[in-house]
Structure formats: structure tokens, C-alpha cells
Write a protein that binds this ligand. Structure first.
Ligand code: B1M
Length: 214
């Protein structure tokens, strides 16, 4: 089977909310030695974005959105360990990452966390719906280098701004590189709230974090 055909089947499995099929295709891609990052970016993630678009057009409702997310998770559970390469922590730089308060979307955040880990960062993953103070508290407590915040809802993006304001108020803004991301986040927003940058996917997030170390 051609790689492109497999990617199409992966997207279809997510659109149909078929957990068994997405797990089967994830395993098959590993057997075929396809880079797991490619399977996520060009296969499964395309599917979940289409699910979001169908939901927006009123063609899908919440149960279908949930089923798509479940199918996405079952593929990610199989692929993510293969992205990790054992380099974890080798850079000696610590990242505190999470999805901001009020927001339970964690698929993209998990991907960014895995890629950072795979590229030598030590990652402290606070999960999703993280109270804003917890980003600051954990960064201080663990002597982190980066604070990374994901937000998928236009209503929760403001949490990223509030965390930066907390850092400024405490006089510790310059101790950390702050990265923000998530589907509604763009360069303009990142600049406006005084973040150190944003990235539109996990690979770019890693490049950005590495570039900020120089
Ligand atoms: Co929700 N949802 N959802 N959802 N959901 C969106 C975000 C939405 C755009 C769908 C739509 O309308 N088209 C819409 C938001 C609209 C808006 O705010 N304007 C929406 C909504 C409205 C909702 C609910 C409010 C629905 C409801 O209950 N009525 C609800 C919110 C609940 C809450 O959070 N309080 C809700 C719930 C859910 C599910 C639980 C069903 C599920 C999430 C499951 C989970 O994550 N565990 C879900 C899903 C799956 C989606 C869509 C379809 C897909 C999100 C996703 O996983 N994408 C989404 C539609 C969309 O985004 N187009 C949608 C794949 C992932 C790989 O990409 O997360 O963008 P992404 O991450 C990328 C980049 O953004 C970047 O790298 C990642 C990897 O490439 N990135 C970073 C992410 N974080 C980064 C951080 C960085 C750097 C880069 O540095 C720190």
C-alpha cells in the first residue's frame, strides 16, 4: 500500500470515530517503518481537523467529536512511544507544559510534549485544564527554563496572557522562555501578550525551543 493511501485511511478512521481501525492502522504504519510523526501529521491529525470542520458545519455533533478524539487517542497511544528516542533530559533544560484552565483539549499538547521529550528536553506535563497559578508555581518550584501553554478555545487563550502577567507582576518574567500554541493562536497573539513565540505544530515548537537556547 502507498504511504498516501495509508494516510487517507488513517484520516477516514478518525472521521468515522473507529478506534479499532485507527489502532490497527497505527500498528501497520510501524510495521511498514513509516515515521510516526508523519502518520500523525498527514494521517490522523488531518482526520481530527476534518471532524472539527464537520462539527462546525453542523454535520457532526458532540458524540462524533468525542468518538473522533477517542480514535485519535488510540492511535497516539501506539505511535507516541515510538517518537520518544531515549534522549529525554539530555539537553539539561526543563519545560513545564499544560493546557490552560477551562480547556480540556490535550491531543496537540501531548504531541508537543512528546516531541520536546524526544528532542532532549525534560518535560513536566501538568495535563489539561491547568489552574493558571500552577504554571507559575511549578516553574518556580522546579527551576524550569520554559513555560509552554496550549489553548484550543478562543475563550481560553486569555489564560496564556494572564500567566505572563503573573510572571511580570512577580518580577520573574525574564527567568523563563514562554511559548504559546494551539489552533487559534498565531504570531500576532503571541507578540501581543509578550510571549517568546508560537508554533503551528509540534516539530516547529521543538525548533523554536531549541532556537531560544542559543
Ligand atoms: Co473541541 N473544539 N470542544 N473537542 N475540538 C475545537 C477546538 C473547535 C475549533 C471545533 C470547531 O468548532 N471547529 C472548537 C473551538 C471553537 C473556538 O473556540 N472558536 C471546539 C469546541 C467549541 C469545543 C467544546 C466547547 C464543544 C462543546 O462542548 N460544545 C468543548 C470544549 C470543552 C473544554 O475544553 N472546556 C470541546 C470538546 C472537545 C472534545 C473533548 C470532544 C475533543 C478534545 C479531546 C482531547 O483533546 N482530549 C475535541 C476536539 C478533538 C476538537 C478538534 C476537533 C480537534 C482538536 C485536536 O485535537 N486537533 C478541534 C477542531 C480543530 O482544532 N480544528 C476542536 C489535533 C491536534 C494535533 O492539533 O490541538 O491544534 P492541535 O495542536 C497542534 C498545534 O496547534 C500545535 O501543535 C499541535 C500538534 O501539531 N500546538 C502547539 C498545540 N499546542 C501547542 C503549544 C505550543 C506550540 C504549539 O507551545 C506551547
Amino acid at each position: 500500500m502507498r504511504k498516501e493511501e495509508l494516510f487517507e485511511l488513517m484520516a477516514k478512521a478518525i472521521i468515522e470515530g473507529n478506534r479499532e481501525e485507527s489502532a490497527r492502522l497505527a500498528k501497520l504504519s510501524l510495521d511498514l517503518n513509516i515515521n510516526p510523526q508523519e502518520s500523525i501529521d498527514f494521517g490522523f491529525a488531518k482526520g481530527i481537523k476534518e471532524v472539527g470542520a464537520m462539527w462546525e458545519r453542523g454535520e457532526y455533533f458532540l458524540p462524533e467529536l468525542l468518538m473522533g478524539a477517542e480514535a485519535m487517542k488510540s492511535a497516539m497511544d501506539i505511535l507516541t512511544p515510538h517518537i520518544l528516542s531515549g534522549k529525554s533530559g539530555s539537553l539539561g533544560k526543563k519545560v513545564v507544559i499544560g493546557t490552560v484552565e477551562g480547556d480540556i483539549h490535550d491531543i496537540g499538547k501531548n504531541l508537543v510534549a512528546s516531541m520536546l521529550l524526544a528532542n532532549g528536553f525534560e518535560v513536566i506535563d501538568l495535563g489539561a485544564d491547568v489552574p493558571l497559578e500552577k504554571f507559575v508555581f511549578t516553574a518556580e518550584e522546579t527551576n524550569a527554563d520554559f513555560i509552554c501553554m496550549s489553548a484550543l478555545l478562543t475563550t481560553t487563550m486569555i489564560g496564556q496572557k494572564k500567566v505572563i502577567e503573573m510572571l511580570v507582576e512577580k518580577g520573574i518574567r525574564n527567568k523563563y522562555k514562554v511559548l504559546v500554541g494551539g489552533a487559534p493562536v498565531n504570531e500576532m497573539w503571541a507578540r501581543r501578550i509578550g510571549a517568546d513565540g508560537t508554533a503551528s505544530n509540534a516539530a516547529q515548537a521543538v525548533s523554536l525551543a531549541l532556537s531560544l537556547l542559543r
